[in-house]
Design a protein around this ligand. Structure first.
Ligand code: NAD
Length: 476
């Protein structure tokens, strides 16, 4: 763990193993921290806050830019580490490192533009000045599916704003977190400003982070269930809260869209990270007129995907995170099949050619999916593309909105009018319009409804770490 600028063991001396999900091999051991370690990390972050928050934004930006450079220099090593620890194919891991680095540069620049306002008063002899100041010590909890970019999306704005932080990464991916912390430390972030607590059991750490009065803000990315629990605890402590949670993205293919083009987009998007993405489409609404062409092309594309160890050149789909994830996917597919879904490709665990040592499920297409099936409502987080046929274009947005999630949605259409109407009516925070990658460090990322509170990235990403202070100034 990294506390107060030093790499240390857990106070208990305990450790836990990190597993390669493609091979089941142990690839490292890390300290298994507990409540006392979390408290020590908060104490270090609290002690470092005064100096870091009064360091100039220019100096903080310089340090962040050094971190950006280091991350780019080490991109290949980081990507390889990510493949062995998390499983996504090397090309996707390399892309993620670039995306992660983008947040560092973006927030280094945004931090330099932090300004206040000179505001009018109703009284002629009074003026107001408002400034935005760092919120204090930030507690960050991150998921395993994007084990580098989900850290920089929080660390970069927190540091640019002048906050200090304690971060707990997912238990499946502590080595990527360690590599990110090494970069920030080497770039010159002073001791105590960033602290890393690794743990096999997240609960005691979460309890400390959300109840300590020295923590000003909780930022969490992960499942809706855990986010709700942590947000409630943090809320009781009156911490500021932002939570980036699960999704169940609709992908609407209108009858005027080229169905084959849309199917190619769906195939590229759905199987990224083996479907383990919060913005992964989970309901593909295809108009009846386009259904045959769409399903044929989707099935063809999915049949051509090679599943295996992400280190191998031709592999496009890696393993799932663990055996529970495979069981969840299998249960959703079996449920859909038993309720009448077609399975033109996939539909089984993969165990041949050594894949039984890892956690693999075949890229799968489900057809004739209906609302009674579990997959229609619950986040799958696996390589399954459920196709739902619809007839009425005036109703499809309503169908798409019929979920408690609200993170991402996708629309394929050739009509500007249809695209804009759908954009305005869909209750989701991120809409791809004929576009399967509607994300960037430069734009806000986040969800409505049970997909979260707050936004990361863009201008808003910095605001999450700031609070406003006002001075009323009398001229009398
Ligand atoms: P998860 O909720 O199981 O875990 C996320 C983090 O919370 C991990 O660090 C974990 O150790 C920690 N955690 C779990 N239980 C805890 C507890 N009781 N107290 C404190 N910490 C606890 O989620 P996951 O499986 O790691 O990630 C997958 C989920 O994350 C999916 O639902 C996905 O949609 C979501 N996600 C959302 C976004 C987004 O930006 N909206 C991005 C990536 C992933």
């Amino acid at each position: 763990m990294f506390i107060n600028g030093e790499w240390i063991d857990a106070q208990s001396g305990a450790t836990f193993e990190v597993i390669n999900p493609a091979t089941g091999e142990v690839i490292g051991t890390v300290p298994d921290g507990g409540a006392a370690d979390a408290e020590a990390a908060i104490a270090a972050a609290d002690a470092a806050f005064g100096a870091w928050s009064s360091t100039t934004a220019f100096k903080r930006a310089d340090i962040l830019m050094r971190a950006w450079n280091l991350m780019n220099e080490r991109a290949e090593d980081l990507a390889r580490l990510m493949v062995t620890e998390q499983g996504k194919p090397l090309k996707a891991a390399t892309f993620e490192v670039g995306y992660a680095a983008d947040f560092i540069r973006w927030f280094a620049e945004e931090g330099r533009r932090l300004s206040g306002e000179w505001l009018p008063s109703a009284r002629p002899d009074q003026r107001f000045l408002s400034v935005r100041q760092p919120i204090g010590v930030v507690a960050a909890v991150t998921p395993w599916n994007y084990p580098i970019s989900m850290l920089t999306r929080k660390m970069a704005p927190a540091l640019a704003a002048g906050c200090t932080l304690v971060l707990k990464p997912a238990e499946a991916t502590p080595l990527c977190a360690k590599a990110v912390f090494e970069i920030f430390a080497e770039a010159g972030v002073p001791p105590g400003v960033i602290n890393l607590v690794t743990a096999a059991d997240p609960v005691p750490i979460g309890d400390v982070l959300t109840s300590d009065s020295r923590v000003g803000k909780l930022t969490f990315t992960g499942s809706t269930a855990v986010g709700r629990t942590l947000a409630a605890k943090a809320g009781a402590s009156l911490q500021r809260v932002s939570v980036e949670l699960g999704g169940h993205a609709p992908f609407i293919v209108y009858p005027d869209a080229d169905p084959e083009n849309a199917a190619k987009g769906a195939a590229a998007l759905k199987f990224l990270n083996a479907g383990q993405a919060c913005i992964s489409p989970n309901r593909l609404y295809v108009h009846r007129d386009a259904a045959d062409a769409f399903v044929n092309m989707l099935t063809k594309r999915v049949s051509g995907l090679v599943t295996g160890n992400g280190m191998d050149d031709d592999v496009g789909v890696g393993p799932l995170v663990d055996s529970r994830a495979v069981d969840k996917v299998a249960a959703q597919v079996d449920d859909a099949r038993s309720k009448g879904a077609g399975v033109p490709v996939g539909g089984q665990r993969l165990t041949e050619n050594g894949l039984d040592r890892g956690f693999f499920y075949a890229p799968t297409v489900l057809t004739d999916v209906t609302p009674e099936m579990i997959v229609y409502r619950e986040e799958t987080f696996g390589p399954v593309a459920p196709v739902v046929i619809y007839d009425d274009v005036d109703e499809v947005v309503e169908l798409a909105n019929d979920t408690h999630y609200g993170l991402a949605a996708y629309v394929y259409t050739d009509s500007m009018r249809t695209a804009i109407t759908a954009f305005e009516k869909l209750r989701f925070g991120i809409i791809g319009i004929n576009d399967v990658n509607p994300t960037s460090a430069t734009v806000p990322f986040g969800g409505m409804k049970d997909s979260g509170l707050g936004r990361e990235g863009g201008h808003e990403g910095l605001d999450e770490y700031l609070e406003t202070k006002v001075a009323g100034i009398s001229l009398r």
